[in-house]
Ligand binder design. Structure first.
Ligand SMILES: [Fe+2]
Ligand SMILES: [Fe+2]
Length: 184
């Protein structure tokens, strides 16, 4: 698929209602909630966009349903960053590429972080490599965008609220379209 702002919007229009793995919310709801948390944090538009579309790899993956339930890691962060790199700079792509590593890093370095993870996140953690070795932690903090990835990761964990109602869908998608235009 050729990447354009329109193709990203089309993906959320056509697949946004898919369930977010193991949670009582949809992919679009999770994406929007993460984007809102980033917006409230007053970060750059690029990091807001990264928060918004960090899980676009799930929409591109050929694996169905909740892959962790059948012991598969869909490698959605790799799929996403490869898909997006022709349209966006590292400011958007790198926090997305690193958001799974950020989870592994936080589980290793923050004792209370594990308890904040959802059950699907716990299942996927093992498939994604589990806790990091000291060498892996050291490698992770050498990435120029590791702090952005950590920030994104916290929004990721918070953006799973089933009690939040998505506002008007078209409004939400036009907000995303504007952000894409600013960042591409
Ligand atoms: Fe993810
Ligand atoms: Fe996510």
């Amino acid at each position: 698929m050729k990447v354009s702002g329109k193709s990203i919007i089309n993906l959320y229009e056509s697949k946004g209602d898919l369930k977010y793995s193991g949670e009582d919310i949809t992919q679009l709801e999770h994406a929007w909630q993460c984007g809102q948390l980033a917006k409230e944090a007053l970060v750059s538009p690029h990091l807001q966009l990264a928060a918004w579309i960090h899980d676009i790899g799930h929409l591109l993956s050929k694996l169905e349903g909740t892959p962790t339930l059948y012991e598969r890691d869909d490698q959605h962060e790799v799929i996403a960053s490869k898909f997006l790199e022709s349209l966006f700079s590292d400011l958007v792509c790198q926090p997305i590429a690193l958001h799974v590593k950020a989870k592994r890093y936080l589980v290793t370095t923050e004792s209370s972080y594990f308890d904040s993870l959802s059950s699907d996140s716990v299942r996927s953690l093992r498939l994604q490599g589990g806790m990091m070795s000291p060498e892996e932690c050291n490698d992770f903090i050498q990435y120029p965008f590791h702090k952005d990835a950590i920030q994104l990761r916290y929004w990721d964990d918070l953006g799973k609220r089933s009690d939040l109602q998505l506002p008007d869908r078209q409004l939400v998608l036009s907000e995303l379209e504007e952000l894409i235009e600013v960042c591409s």
